[in-house]
Design a protein around this ligand. Structure first.
Ligand code: GDP
Length: 433
């Protein structure tokens, strides 16, 4: 059975925790898109991890962790993260890297940094991990696949061709030094040898696992609103974080996906640029940011303070719908226990009209939130394990959100640790209404 875990919003919803938890019963965990720009926080018996490229099943020695062909594979980031995980005392993880995955090159990172610098105030808030130039090259068909690293003549020819273009940009547009092909080949060859034991035909591994009825988790990075097609273009990421892309980026048959869990926080948070309708500012924002997540709302990858706001029912309903979510995991509910009243965004106002459908970016930029005010529960709910034991107003909040987003909330997370999870039976059918 294949289970996909994806973000309903702008990313940072707590997908890492949900995947780590579900990985206890998984045989395989797959990353199917994005690269080392992810920041999935996992807290378990080995400690506190901010995973960037490694799949979130990495702490479970029984799990095979797959980096699928859709991933932007940064060899240096991978080796560094693997060394860190080993240092934390995690038993030797099982890892398979798709031979068809493409290699994120050092020049992708340079170009990402130079471009953000050139854009100045108009920058996209990139994590400067090279992701946009990487995917640009992939679709321009000048990317290098992992398998090509082991064919020296092919590698030299492809790199020479790519560098003709890259070096023109480096020198003419950015006024920087060109990249030397020989030095680059030497570096890549050394790294390729280090990753060689992990390189595999992951399509075959996954296809066989599906046939054998294994439990496979596919883990999305970021969330719906950063999808290049359905998100807040152009303030989006460069690969699709949608469950619909998971079979492509991983290499499993579409029909094998049974569950799609969309993860959303009980409030909103967002790293990076773009319209964020329920954003809070000043003291109110500071307080929520300080209390949010496991030690405040600061990006797991960048350390940047996250933008925070009230729960956005319009964006989240759309986010779940586009994901094709069959269920929702609501995280960070414990964070809201300090509030007397909790605003929830139920609609947007656009030029005097009420919208309940998530609009296109130019409209979104002019939208203001319409709030319903719900009573708070003024209690610490960490440590509670049964849904019935949550304060009444807290349950009311969960059930209100469920109706608003039209998707059953089956998991309620009340703390950052793996075991802090309340399972819930929902009366809402698991279909999009
Ligand atoms: P991801 O990229 O979707 O995996 O999300 P991140 O790991 O970037 O951000 C989620 C943050 O929320 C992290 O700091 C988690 O440790 C934290 N977190 C996850 N679930 C909960 C929860 O239920 N309560 C609290 N307080 N923190 C949580």
């Amino acid at each position: 059975m294949v289970h996909t875990i994806v973000g309903a919003n702008w990313g940072d919803e707590g997908k890492g925790k949900i995947t780590d938890l579900l990985a206890v019963n998984a045989d395989i965990v797959v990353r199917f898109q994005g690269g080392a720009n992810a920041g999935h926080t996992i807290i378990n018996e080995y400690g506190h991890f901010a995973l960037h490229l490694l799949p979130s099943g990495i702490c479970n020695p029984k799990v095979l962790n797959v980096l699928g062909p859709g991933v932007a594979f940064d060899m240096e980031a991978f080796l560094k993260e693997l060394a860190e995980v080993r240092e934390m005392g995690v038993p030797e993880p099982q890892i398979a890297i798709s031979e068809r995955a493409q290699v994120l090159m050092p020049y992708h990172i340079l170009l990402d940094c130079y471009e953000e610098e050139r854009l100045g105030k108009q920058s996209f808030g990139s994590t400067k991990s090279g992701i946009a130039p990487f995917y640009g090259d992939k679709y321009q068909k000048i990317g290098i696949q992992v398998c090509q690293l082991y064919y020296p003549e092919v590698l030299r020819e492809k790199l020479t061709h790519a560098l003709d273009i890259k070096n023109a940009l480096m020198t003419s547009l950015y006024h920087k030094d060109p990249v030397d092909v020989d030095a680059l080949i030497e570096k890549l060859t050394g790294l390729a040898e280090q990753i060689r034991p992990f390189v595999a035909d992951t399509d075959e591994i996954l296809m066989n696992a599906v046939r054998d009825g294994k439990n496979i988790l596919m883990e999305g990075q970021l969330g719906t609103l950063r999808d290049p097609d359905h998100g807040i273009y152009p303030m989006v990421t460069s690969s699709s974080p949608l469950a619909g892309y998971a079979p492509v980026g991983a290499g499993v048959p579409v029909w094998s996906i049974r569950n799609i869990t969309a993860v959303t926080k009980a409030y909103s948070s967002c790293v990076g640029a773009g319209p964020f309708t329920t954003e809070l500012y000043g003291d109110e924002a500071e307080e929520l940011r300080r209390r949010g997540g496991d030690h405040g709302e600061y990006g797991a990858k960048t350390g940047r303070p996250r933008r925070v706001g009230w729960f956005d029912g319009v964006a989240t309903r759309y986010g779940c719908e586009i994901q094709g979510a069959t269920e929702v995991a609501l995280t960070n509910l414990d964070v809201l226990g300090y509030l007397d009243e909790i605003p929830v965004c139920v609609a947007y106002e656009y030029e005097g009209k009420r919208l309940t459908r998530f609009p296109v970016t130019p409209m979104l930029e002019k939208c203001t939130p319409v709030y319903e005010i719900l009573p708070g529960w003024k209690a610490d709910i960490r440590g509670i394990t049964r849904y019935e034991d949550l304060p009444e107003n807290c349950r009311h909040y969960v059930e209100y959100l469920e109706k608003l987003i039209c998707c059953p909330i089956t998991m309620v997370s009340n703390g950052p640790r793996r075991e802090e999870m309340i399972y819930r039976k929902s009366s809402m059918p698991s279909v999009i209404c």
